[in-house]
Ligand binder design. Structure first.
Ligand SMILES: Cc1cc2nc3c(=O)[nH]c(=O)nc-3n(C[C@H](O)[C@H](O)[C@H](O)COP(=O)(O)OP(=O)(O)OC[C@H]3O[C@@H](n4cnc5c(N)ncnc54)[C@H](O)[C@@H]3O)c2cc1C
Length: 385
């Protein structure tokens, strides 16, 4: 049975990550955002907590956490800073998650210890300039090298790739059987320094300024068949499985951002006085806070259900999309209300709620937009999955 109470281990994990985020992230988050700089100095500190190998088995140097524990980590990081949260979520969920899911023993031994220790950061490239929601539009091609069928040549480009420039292990999806559309995609690991693999433009974003987002280019990049992850033409099916878990993490990211903004709004509403009394004495303000608290609690329950089901080996396509869709929307509303409650000060960079609002918008877009989540949920409830 699903338990609404967190276990002792989960409570300790939450407190540990919260203390870390307050100490090591909060004092610097505004500066990182303004400088639009990836906080390299944080990498070893996150490694000391085991946050680069959340679900990686101990045998490969990981923390071997459950999906529920992973959600707690991402939520607590995002309560203070979305950029650090998405970095940890995507490194663990996408790149490392793909190797965990589809890698063979030799591949796991080769890449997981470096990823789990933070020695190498991971990137994951599916999106292309002309293919976002619709993976069938992917143009990056992988063909067998003429005369050397155990080697591949990759050509193409990817965009919006998180950790694309700071990462050194990249899982990239390439078309191997064009006639099969999205079911003709295969995943390959391409390491930094491979000739022909380069970083393009750094993408200037609305929020998540301290998260690295870039274009990647592949020109005659040659990799051996040992770098192919999973079965040939199985990249898209593996991706769907990875996104089922990844969407729980993005839901947790939204929840953290929304919960952090709500806390700030409660504090400000109690402190700020207008018309001779605290803002929090006005029912209009109380109702905004009550709506945010209620909607975020519902998000937490949806996330916990999806994570619990995942940890019990169940299929969570519908539940993961519901959790992400609801959490992203609830958190956007909570951040917007938090800015409103701060009035003019909420519109300044002096208070962290404007950053939370900017960061939060990504949760309605990344790993499938709100519309894509609704398409997934509709397919599931109509029995067309
Ligand atoms: C900060 C950031 C980090 C990212 N990190 C990564 C990463 O690490 N790796 C990676 O591979 N990708 C990454 N992405 C890409 C992200 O997953 C895509 O942006 C997202 O999937 C949407 O694709 P798109 O931007 O091409 O939008 P489009 O697919 O062009 O969609 C545009 C709009 O049309 C809507 N739409 C599209 N099709 C339909 C339809 N059939 N019905 C109704 N509405 C529709 C969408 O919902 C959206 O509102 C990242 C994006 C951002 C912004």
């Amino acid at each position: 049975m699903i338990n609404f109470d967190e276990t002792e281990a989960e409570k300790i994990l939450r407190q540990t990550v919260r203390d870390f985020a307050e100490r090591e992230i909060r004092p610097y988050a505004r500066t990182w955002d303004e400088e639009e700089r990836f906080p390299h100095e944080l990498v070893p500190k996150l490694a000391a907590l085991g946050l680069w190998g959340l679900r990686v088995p101990e045998a490969y140097g990981g923390a071997e956490m459950t999906t529920e524990e992973q959600a707690i980590v991402v939520e607590e990081l995002c309560r203070v800073d979305g950029s650090v949260g998405i970095t940890v979520a995507s490194h663990n969920g996408l790149c490392t998650g793909h190797i965990l899911l589809a890698g063979n023993e030799e591949q796991k031994r080769r890449w997981l210890p470096r990823l789990a220790s933070g020695q190498a950061l991971g990137a994951w490239g599916l999106t292309e300039p002309s293919s976002g929601s619709d993976a069938a539009g992917a143009r990056t091609r992988a063909v067998r090298k003429p005369g050397q069928p155990d080697r591949w040549i990759i050509n193409g480009s990817k965009t919006f790739i998180t950790q694309g420039s700071v990462g050194s292990i990249c899982v990239v999806m390439a078309v191997t059987s064009p006639e099969k559309k999205q079911h003709g995609l295969t995943a390959f690991v391409v390491e930094k320094g491979t000739p022909g693999f380069s970083v393009g433009k750094h993408i200037e974003k609305m929020g998540l300024h301290a998260s690295d987002t870039v274009e990647l280019s592949f020109v005659d990049v040659e990799v051996p068949d040992e770098n192919r992850l999973g079965e040939l033409d199985h990249g898209f099916l593996d991706t769907l499985e990875i996104l089922d878990r990844g969407r729980i993490a993005i839901g947790a990211m939204a929840l953290g951002l929304g919960a952090g903004a709500l806390e700030q709004a409660i504090r400000y509403a109690k402190e700020r006085r207008q018309f001779g009394r605290p803002l929090s004495d006005n029912q209009a303000i109380q109702f905004m806070l009550a709506d945010s608290a209620t909607e975020l609690d519902a998000a937490r329950l949806l996330i916990r259900r999806a994570a619990w089901m995942k940890d019990h080996g169940m299929r969570t396509t519908r539940e993961s999309s519901m959790a992400k869709l609801w959490a992203a929307q609830a958190a956007m509303r909570a951040c917007d209300r938090a800015v409103q409650i701060h009035g003019g000060y909420g519109y300044t960079r002096e208070f962290p709620v404007e950053r939370a609002l900017r960061d939060c918008k990504l949760c309605e877009i990344g790993e499938g937009t709100n519309e894509v989540q609704r398409m997934v949920i509709a397919r599931e409830i109509l029995g067309r999955g």
